[in-house]
Design a protein around this ligand. Sequence first.
Ligand SMILES: *Cc1c(COP(=O)(O)O)cnc(C)c1O
Length: 470
Amino acid sequence: MAATVPAHLRMHHFDPSQTQLILNYVTERLSMDETPLDFPGDKSVIDSILSGLLTDHGLPTAQVLDLYEEHLSKTVLSADSPRFWAFIPNAPTKASLLFDMIVSAASLQGISWLEASGAVAAENQVLRWISDAAGLPASSGGVFVSGGSAANLSALIVARDVGRRRLVEKYGEQARYRRLRIAVSEQVHSSIKNTLSILDVDPLIVRPADHRLLGSDLAAVMAADADPESVVAVVATSGTTNAGIVDDLAGISDVAQQYGLWFHVDGAYGGAGLFAPSVRGLYAGIENADSFIVDPHKWLFAPFDCAALIYRDPALAKSVHTQKAGYLDALHHDDGSYEWNPTDYAYHLTRRARGLPLWFSLAVNGSGAYTAAIEHGITLTRQVADELNRRPDIELVREPTLSVVLFRRTGWTAADYDRWAHDLLTRQVAFVTSTTWEGEVVGRFAFAHPATTFEMVLEALDAMDHNGDE
Ligand SMILES: *Cc1c(COP(=O)(O)O)cnc(C)c1O
């Protein structure tokens, strides 16, 4: 049959056996109770497997898929394994993974209302769900971007430009070249530091006494500053990636209002806690955010890659981010008819409708399932913290608030934590990585997967007794 298809159409011709092979693989993967953690790969082995693979005429699907399954897939650690507790895990729902296949199979873009109205409206429905949880006004809105880094960058571009515009209005054109600053806590995420460097904006670093940025810390720094007008924004974190600390959003927003600062809240990891009644109180003040981000690919159970970026006043973002070109004029109409172009709310143009897997999963599972799954992570963390406190050789670095817990094993050095982590991964018990806290290497667990059990964690803790100090 393939012989009857002209060469230029061969790649676009439906191949039932190829389709079946892929769907079989996907079905098998989705049906696993627990995805295997797997192991980091060896560069020379991987290179030799890939060698000669790209040919003029192509290879049979089964051969390439087998090679992927047997060799490549096993070198990709499963961030969606319930035993993945390093960094921030990923725990996509089955429905979100399945719908992601639809987004791919239909090549769904989400650039503009003209091209993708239904997809845009569905994405916006989810953004509204998040905005409502944060208590942002009905007029707020935004876009799904690839990750927290892209979301932070896009939001702070707007913050900088809005701040600069205000200075220009007040002092005239020469103010355009003034150095600007953004207030950040020492604990701020690395992506914010990179963002400031990209924006060529200087950080005004605030050092909170106990890692949690308070309104009073910001107030003191602003009051003592020689040039507070050059500070255009403040970044608060809800909560920190390293330790799950939620800054004093209410206090910070008061100071932001007093000085006319753009109030940005980075909830890439911890923003999901908005849906957990047990910790919702920690987020008081988030309703005053000018921009807010949360990564559904972290603790809102969506597949990679997906970050929600929401602005209190989306018109400001649109005025900064809209790309203008003759061939794009068709996207914009000024006749008052409804227009929402996701592309106008971040630094991108083309984008995949990456909010739809979350939208579909939320629609079929209901928000109650999200609340239950997030609360599971918080309860488990509490339970693990109590267990750590009970063990004579282990102490908590600080009480956890969300789903990250830091601990130290007395007498252990970085090499001991590494040896323990290496043993856990070798035996496929867990994937953990240590972190640094006040200059000291300590143990860290980050939980997100609702199938992670206390027993799994006990097994990892028990392994501490036969690792290290030998
Ligand atoms: C993960 C994280 C980011 C970066 O998000 P990516 O999706 O990895 O780009 C930013 N801020 C915080 C607080 C995070 O936890």
